[in-house]
Design a protein around this ligand. Structure first.
Ligand SMILES: [Zn+2]
Length: 534
């Protein structure tokens, strides 16, 4: 693709075109860039000719695409790489989606938000019509079956299969609603595993035919890990280490303890499909391999997920896909986000710090605040959710929303924000740039840049709107109560007001000069109003 650009004559032509068109603002009747080359090639040429231009705004091409080089940390090669899409007209990314048996917890939301920023950045750089993003739903799984069995035993009407379907439909709708509240755009493809069973069966047959998988004669098909010499390359572990670390289940039907299930038998009551190995259902790993192949072919650009999926899920996806389609690369770049903690501890039900996204929304944390807290930590670092961070995030967003109210966004995000995001999705750096724009009062640029990160958008703004409450009467009430109390030495009313304000989600700052009230997370105007009517 780049070879043409390396010819000096071609480079000169582009340079001349660029100089005439952008530097002096002249419009001459040169052929348009569209007639000359693809967006990525043009971007490469412009980067060469521009170096680091100090403009406030990112440079846009004729078609409005932003010129930048995106670098991403590739788990596979353990280094940052320039994203060089297989086809710049169709940049393809795949993210492992949820198993739909329950509400998404806060940790499940992190890769969704991280990948949403990447998706937005790619759309900005390659154009919204030139990016394909797929995130699957695993809607066949033992955990889903278990919820249906439990409901059946509790007397729910319907067959097990109907109860499974009810559960998956309900969970998918919850998931989409919750992720939308975090400002995540819906992917272009949201394949459900159960809609791709024929493709999975075909892929398993292919693996058996090529000697990479074997049926056990009792309804299972297993992948032979020893048949794939690069197994473990992604996570950088040897097969022996993996066996030692992963408490691999040793079973009679496995030729090797590391072999994993591609297909397993199903009972008559549970969801199942006819296959050459009897009625059954797919293993989890084969789903992503089959769905990504159906949607994106043998090779695509980026595959992502939490780093808890690296082994065994992603190793198994690679083994299956590369053995079934050895002519392709499967995914070129692998992105993995680090895990999420709550107040410095691993989130767990036993510690009582386990939150679903819905829990937090119901506690009054706006989705935009959750997103903003997430983006303050780089995706490759552990992210610590704390109440303090959420309160600060809420105050910042409130300030920025006030600053940008009624303002038109700039034509493009600030160059510094795009540069930060293009450097391995440095969202923390991007947020630092947003603070700078707010400090200098460049509201139009702040708005455009924040919106590129999915913040300060119209859709996420409802929480900040209905809370434009005049706080001065509440400040005066507390100030007056304190003046009276200084005389009477009876501070009961002062204490009552203070705790009522705190209860309404308002921080109380008292000094000699006066009282300042600052709405924080979970601010409830109705409760505040009630505070004055004991
Ligand atoms: Zn997957």
């Amino acid at each position: 693709m780049i070879c043409k650009a390396h010819e000096p004559a071609v480079q000169h032509y582009y340079l001349l075109h660029y100089l005439l068109k952008y530097s002096a603002g002249w419009f001459l009747s040169f052929p348009s860039f569209e007639q000359l080359a693809k967006p990525a090639l043009r971007a490469a040429i412009l980067r060469h000719s521009l170096g680091d231009r100090p403009e406030a705004h990112a440079l846009r091409s004729d078609e409005g695409f932003v010129m930048t080089t995106i670098k991403l940390h590739n788990t596979r090669t353990r280094g940052k790489e320039v994203l060089d899409p297989i086809n710049p007209d169709d940049v393809r990314l795949y993210l492992c989606g949820p198993t739909v048996y329950d509400r998404a917890h806060l940790g499940n939301a992190r890769p969704v938000v991280v990948f949403d920023v990447l998706y937005r950045l790619l759309r900005e750089v390659y154009g919204p019509d030139h990016v394909s993003y797929a995130r699957n739903f695993t809607d066949v799984d033992d955990k889903i079956n278990a919820t249906a069995v439990a409901r059946k035993e509790a007397g729910a009407p319907g067959t097990l299969e109907e109860l499974v379907q009810e559960r998956t439909e309900e969970t998918i709708s919850w998931y989409l609603a919750d992720m939308a509240e975090l400002g995540a755009l819906e992917p272009d493809h949201m394949p459900r595993a159960t809609a791709y069973i024929p493709q999975m069966i075909a892929m398993i047959e292919e693996l058996i035919a090529k000697g990479h998988a074997y049926p056990d004669g009792a309804g299972h098909v297993l992948f032979s890990v020893k048949s794939y010499k690069n197994y473990g390359a992604l996570s950088g572990r040897s097969v022996d280490d993996m066996i030692a670390g992963a408490r691999v289940e040793v079973a009679d039907n496995k030729r090797d303890p590391m072999d994993f299930v591609l297909w397993k038998p199903s009972t008559d009551e549970l969801p199942g499909w006819d296959s050459p190995w009897g009625r059954g259902r797919p293993g989890w790993h084969i789903e992503c391999s089959a769905m990504s192949h159906e949607l994106f072919g043998d090779s695509f650009d980026i595959h992502g997920g939490g780093n808890d999926l690296m082994f065994p899920h992603h190793e198994n996806e690679i083994a299956q896909s590369c053995c079934a389609h050895p002519e392709g690369d499967f995914a070129k770049i692998w992105l993995h986000n680090e895990m999420l903690q709550v107040e410095g501890k691993k989130m767990s039900k036993s510690l009582g710090n386990f939150f679903t996204v819905r829990d937090l929304l119901e506690q009054g944390y706006p989705g935009e605040v959750i997103r903003f807290v997430f983006l303050q930590t780089h995706y490759r670092k552990p992210m610590d959710w704390t109440d303090k961070k959420a309160k600060e995030a809420e105050a910042t967003l409130r300030k920025w929303r006030a600053l940008t109210a009624g303002i038109e966004p700039a034509p493009s995000a600030a160059a510094a924000v795009i540069a930060a995001l293009s450097d391995d999705l440095n969202t923390a750096g991007g947020v630092a740039e947003l603070h700078k724009l707010a400090t200098t009062g460049d509201a139009a640029s702040l708005l455009a840049s924040a919106q590129l990160m999915g913040l300060l958008t119209e859709e996420l703004g409802a929480w900040a709107k209905d809370e434009e409450v005049d706080l001065s009467i509440y400040e005066k009430a507390l100030f007056d109560a304190r003046t009276v109390a200084m005389e009477s030495k009876d501070f009961a009313e002062v204490d009552r007001l203070k705790s009522a304000y705190l209860e309404a989600g308002v921080e109380v700052r008292m000094s000699k000069a006066g009282v300042e009230l600052v709405p924080g997370a979970g601010f409830d105007p109705a409760k505040l109003e009630a505070a004055l009517k004991p």
